[in-house]
Design a protein around this ligand. Structure first.
Ligand code: DUC
Ligand code: ZN
Ligand code: ZN
Ligand code: ZN
Length: 478
């Protein structure tokens, strides 16, 4: 396989930056060299078949999006990105690995749910992919099956405190699953919202005629997130399970995580770009000729967008700086307006929940560097290095060093990216949740295990090149 030299750039890691050349040999990084230094060994020097000029640009480890839902069945429909279209869009945006959620549905065996997910993904991904396991039915059989997941390269599972009747686990089930987490070292991931209480509030809103998408966020009040986060923390404390709370959006939930961490508990959290940039007020104000107030359905996701007046977005950025939150994933779960989000016209409860962002995470988070919310190094840490450490991929992924997979992004801080359906958009959706966003930065070149998959606004990836990542246990946990 080809050798590639990336010259003249600034290599950025979670801990620093330096001018350096990166030599890629086949699928892996061979060396990180002083700028312009002679290549190691004439065998390689003689055969460098490609030089990428990264002058004035950042050279960073490829993004790792640890929370995606390709082809997720939800609310009578299915998330609109396949593993093929979703991983292609990821590559366009500088993300070179995903960790998707295999689903065990109610009444199904975990092994069967997992096998079905392998079938969906195998041969279809352009970049490497791993799985977490959603355990949608905690019972004696699934508790036994969970113990075998680490051998399959699946070192984390997710439970839902929301969605009664769909994926829901009650406290007794959570406790039992967390005991498996403690025994095996698998990370417990939690969707922390009080689903039964939310469902009552949602029913009452609909009964009062409040059916617009905006009321999705009213029903899913921050108190429901704070309460569930606290309950998850206490159950984790009791059992000794490590806990990772997904898609944190409420400042009060962050306070719970910070409180638990201050007491020495192994508790972590991620947020997503939508909770940093978008708000409930934006959703309330959304209206178009075509959709009227139903326009707000574009941003129906769970946890929901939060009030800017209440300061949640500010609090998420701050938590990313203080390490009260450790990572940014997308919770990529796209649905089209036509035939999908539309299902909830007249009843917000029937709008499939989710936003598509996999393509824009690296850009949107770089915008946080531009505005001074986070440092350049923190950008790399939040989007690549910590995801690799948290989910058992570090060394192979998440870092530019000899021996690591050559998953590399050349990012141009002087470039520009206009986001929108007719601009930069490769997700399988008929709208963009990020329409009109302008980014001061640009993903120029993307390597996935040494192969150039995006270069100069051209896509060169191939479906099926992505391999399943057998993950180890987390190396982030204390
Ligand atoms: N939240 C979403 O927005 N979509 C899928 C599932 C979830 O928890
Ligand atoms: Zn969730
Ligand atoms: Zn999710
Ligand atoms: Zn450029």
């Amino acid at each position: 396989m080809a050798t590639t030299l990336i010259t003249g750039g600034t290599v950025v890691s979670a801990t620093g930056r330096a001018a350096a050349d990166v030599l890629v040999d086949g699928e892996t990084i061979r060396a990180v060299l002083e700028p312009g230094s002679p290549l190691l060994g004439t065998d390689v020097a003689a055969s460098v078949d490609r030089v990428i000029d990264a002058s004035g640009k950042y050279v960073i480890p490829g993004g790792i999006d640890a929370h995606t839902h390709m082809q997720l069945p939800f609310g009578g429909t299915e998330a609109s990105d396949t593993f093929e279209t979703g991983t292609r869009a990821a590559a366009w945006g500088g993300t070179t690995s995903i960790i998707d959620f295999a689903v065990q549905t109610y009444g199904q065996k975990i092994q069967d749910g997992l096998a079905a997910w392998h079938e969906k993904a195998a041969g279809n991904c352009a970049i490497d992919y791993g799985f977490h396991q959603i355990v949608g039915d905690v019972n004696d059989e699934s508790l036994a099956a969970m113990r075998k997941l680490p051998d399959e390269g699946i070192s984390s599972f997710k439970l839902f405190m929301a969605y009664p009747g769909v994926f829901y686990s009650d406290d007794a089930q959570i406790l039992k699953a967390m005991q498996v987490s403690r025994d095996t070292g698998m990370l417990t991931m939690m969707h922390a919202e009080n689903g039964p209480a939310i469902d009552v509030l949602a029913q009452q809103l609909v009964d009062q005629g409040n059916t617009d998408p905006y009321y999705h966020g009213i029903a899913r009040a921050w108190e429901m997130e704070e309460e569930a986060t606290h309950r998850a923390i206490m159950l984790a404390k009791l059992t000794g399970a490590p806990l990772y709370v997904v898609h944190v959006s409420a400042k009060q939930a962050v306070e719970q995580l910070a409180w638990a961490r201050d007491k020495g508990q192994n508790v972590y959290g991620e947020t997503c770009p939508q909770y940093l940039y978008l708000s409930l007020e934006d959703q309330l104000g959304a209206s178009s000729e075509k959709w009227g107030h139903f326009e707000g359905a574009k941003w129906v996701c769970s946890t929901p967008l939060r009030s800017r007046e209440e300061g949640h977005q500010h609090s998420m950025w701050q938590a990313l700086r203080t390490n009260d939150l450790q990572m940014v994933s997308t919770d990529h779960c796209p649905f089209c307006m036509k035939d999908q989000k539309e299902l909830g016209m007249g009843d917000f409860r029937k709008i499939p929940n989710g936003i598509g962002s996999i393509e824009h995470r690296m850009d949107l988070m770089y915008q946080g560097v531009v505005t001074g919310e986070i440092t350049l190094e923190r950008w790399v840490e939040l989007t690549s290095t910590t995801p690799a450490r948290m989910f058992g991929l570090y060394g192979q992924k998440g870092v530019i060093q000899p021996g690591a997979d050559a998953d590399i992004v050349v990012y141009d801080p002087n470039g520009h990216t206009s986001i929108g359906l007719d601009k930069t958009h490769h997700m399988n959706m008929d709208y963009s949740a990020w329409e009109g966003y302008e980014i001061d930065g640009h993903v120029d070149t993307v390597l996935s295990r040494g192969k150039v998959v995006v270069d100069d606004n051209a896509y060169l990836g191939t479906k099926g090149d992505g391999r399943f990542l057998k993950r180890g246990l987390s190396t982030y946990l204390i």
